[in-house]
Design a protein around this ligand. Sequence first.
Ligand SMILES: NC(=O)c1ccc[n+]([C@@H]2O[C@H](COP(=O)([O-])OP(=O)(O)OC[C@H]3O[C@@H](n4cnc5c(N)ncnc54)[C@H](O)[C@@H]3O)[C@@H](O)[C@H]2O)c1
Length: 259
Amino acid sequence: MQCDLEGKVALVTGAAGAIGSAIAERLTDNGARVIIADINLQGAIQVADGLADAIALAVDISQPDSVENLVLQIMREAGRLDILVNNAGINTQAHRVNIDAFPLDEWNRIVRIDLDGLYLMSRAALAPMLASGNGGRVINIASVVGLAAMRLQSPFVAAKAGIIHLTRSMALELGSQGVLTNAIAPGSVMTDLTRKLFYSEDGSFSSRTEEFMQHIPLNRPGTAQEIAEAALFLASPGAGYVNGQILAVDGGWTAGYMM
Ligand SMILES: NC(=O)c1ccc[n+]([C@@H]2O[C@H](COP(=O)([O-])OP(=O)(O)OC[C@H]3O[C@@H](n4cnc5c(N)ncnc54)[C@H](O)[C@@H]3O)[C@@H](O)[C@H]2O)c1
């Protein structure tokens, strides 16, 4: 889709990564100036260099001082903030274990970034957004696992479910001030990181992937661009009456059971 975001400033966290960079690209393509914010500053600079109107800045969303500093820098360099895309997030790689065996430090690390971090970033970014009186948009990147749980990744599942309900709280509290909050729940998305989970060495889907894809009506993973398209819609003037919604972009995975 195309829309007019000319004059708008958007902050995308985790924008050095696959989905965040795709979202940033769609926003700049439609006229927004985009802040590429990431804990990986080198990656953020690389992404910003390839975009029409982007600034790379470092942030650790789990640190209150870091998010406050980021917002100060944005106000200094761009003078306003209209769209916040809370995209930065992590999951466990090493600890795919039952809840009773899940290491507490790994639980804390994931929840601190995925849920607390999203809250901290929102709180800091909302200050100038609300003070401006121009309204704004908050787009939270959750996951289908926040809608229907999955085994062996309990902190990620709990954090994403928390994001979904926090989105609704934000929508109720901020809507009357013109700030609309919605979430996207991506299904399985093919990125450089997940590619090796899907494919065998010969380039075909692994047998586990074949089995998994049978639960997805479209029978394939999504792309970062497909998530970015949904984010662009939620940021667009056309979504001016959409507030507090969770848009699953999952090929129909959470629509029901494929039996
Ligand atoms: N890829 C998928 O299949 C999938 C599915 C559902 C939801 N999601 C969600 O989409 C979002 C983006 O995922 P992705 O696949 O692009 O992952 P990714 O790993 O490519 O990107 C995540 C980015 O977040 C950054 N980051 C991590 N911790 C940070 C912190 N403390 N502060 C600031 N930045 C930090 C990383 O440096 C990285 O650039 C995440 O919230 C993820 O949970 C992804």
